[in-house]
Design a protein around this ligand. Structure first.
Ligand code: ATP
Ligand code: MG
Length: 419
């Protein structure tokens, strides 16, 4: 079955799913393959669960009329998404960057949804499957799309741009994330800049943080809209970012200096799409982060800044610098390993160890195999379990505690026993 024929069907149903556990009625099920599963084997089950059609790419699973055979299910999904995107005559904003994509995407979405019917990437569905699913969740009522595009190697953003065809783009930052796959920081800049190459080639527009010299340099030939430093000004971190926009003060619920840039991006984009100043202020003030991203949690005895969603050298650095500026009687830092740092892992963990130590926080702990080999006189734990055992014997009380580590470290587990 070709893309146009598939699109005809899709047009009658407008629901696409790749997981039988979430299947609803009037759905086309795409039988994707993963490392450990073959979606083809779920095709019949998907129909039983209510799907109208299932798309497979192995002949033996085409057992009835409602099972549609294509050459490659993933490619079909991506082509269908692009076909749909072309039919949707709406502006789409593509976002990438090393850190802050999801936060910025959510901020842009709350701002733009004050005036438009928007669809934005759900959660972190930002890869070669998530981007098509995001596009396919847009419908004729959608007026604006906001699509997060993640990458951990070269050419990934280029490819996602061919599916999503953004009219506008924003790169949150060029940082030390996924260094392994990109081949160092230069590789990150090159890889993320694939968004700029697409926008330039297609005469589209980029939003630029003028405080970032790399963005200014890389995007100089592209039609651009810059943050206006006269309109958007940083006031303080208290510990939440406070800023002013056209003389109105905005009190966000986001901690960390770095979130100023994320908010400034959402304001700039909102202003470009003519969202009123009052609506922008309301939107930013209403946004409360979830999912372990810079959340502030007050327990009975402690205040915790939980940033256990992910970690890399850039986000570790800004999180530590930010924690240093927060006023608190006693500060404790618990840092877990940073993954995907590649051959620079040992020096990057050493550098973060030294940076964390240099702030002289009241207590500093390191956990994970990578931090364990760094040289420091602070306590190190090779495994999460060792840290947990230690903290259970030595409970933390009356502190402000920063917890940050890569997703795989699952440091949010600490919350279960800190009271
Ligand atoms: P992922 O690669 O997992 O999709 P992401 O780019 O979507 O990550 P977020 O989930 O928004 O990023 O934020 C993750 C963490 O990155 C935050 O908790 C914070 O520590 C850090 N961070 C957020 N914004 C910035 C920024 N502008 N610059 C540097 N670090 C940031
Ligand atoms: Mg994300």
């Amino acid at each position: 079955m070709n893309t146009a024929a598939l699109y005809n069907l899709y047009n009658q149903h407008y629901l696409v799913d790749t997981d039988t556990r979430t299947i609803r009625k009037n759905t086309i099920f795409f039988a994707l393959k993963g490392d450990n599963f073959n979606g083809n084997t779920f095709a019949e089950q998907a129909l039983k669960l209510g799907a109208s059609y299932a798309v497979v790419d192995e002949k033996e699973f085409k057992t009835n009329d409602r099972i549609l055979l294509v050459a490659d299910v993933l490619e079909s999904l991506q082509k269908l998404a692009n076909f749909h995107r072309k039919q949707l005559n709406i502006p789409i904003i593509g976002l990438t960057g090393s850190n802050g994509k999801t936060t910025t995407k959510e901020l842009i979405n709350v701002v733009l949804s004050k005036k438009y019917t928007t669809v934005a990437t759900k959660g972190n569905l930002n890869n070669h499957i998530g981007v098509p699913l995001t596009l396919l969740s847009m419908n004729p009522k959608t007026e604006l799309g906001i699509v997060e595009m993640g990458a951990n190697h070269q050419k990934e953003i280029e490819f996602l741009c061919t599916i999503c065809e953004p009219d506008f783009g924003y790169i949150t930052n060029f940082g030390k994330a996924h260094l392994e796959g990109f081949g160092g920081v230069e590789g990150v800049i090159k890889g993320k800049s694939e968004l700029y190459t697409f926008l330039l080639a297609n005469h589209k527009t980029v939003f630029i943080n003028i405080d970032d010299p790399i963005q200014v340099e890389r995007a100089k030939e592209i039609n651009s809209v810059c943050f206006n430093p006269n309109d958007v000004q940083f006031i303080e971190v208290n510990p939440f970012v406070k800023l002013s926009y056209k003389n109105e003060s905005i009190q966000s619920n986001l901690i960390g200096n770095y979130n100023f840039t994320n908010i400034a991006a959402a304001i700039t984009i909102g202003a470009h799409f003519k969202v009123s100043e009052t609506a922008i202020k309301q939107a930013i003030e209403s946004y409360v982060p979830t999912n372990n991203r810079s959340q502030i949690i007050k327990t009975l005895h402690n205040t915790i800044i939980l940033d256990a969603y992910n970690a890399n050298p850039s986000s570790m650095k800004v999180a530590l610098e930010n924690f240093d500026t927060i006023k608190a009687a006693s500060k404790v830092v618990i840092l877990g390993d940073m993954f995907e740092v590649g051959k620079e892992s040992a020096p990057e963990h050493q550098a973060i160890t030294e940076l964390a130590t240099s702030f002289n926080f009241d207590q500093t702990y390191f956990v994970g195999e990578n931090f364990n080999i760094a040289k420091t006189d602070k306590p190190q734990f090779k495994t999460y379990q060792e840290l947990e055992d230690f903290l259970k014997k030595n409970p933390l009380k009356n502190h402000s505690i920063l917890i940050k580590g890569s997703r795989g470290m699952r440091l949010e587990r600490i919350l279960e026993f800190i009271s």
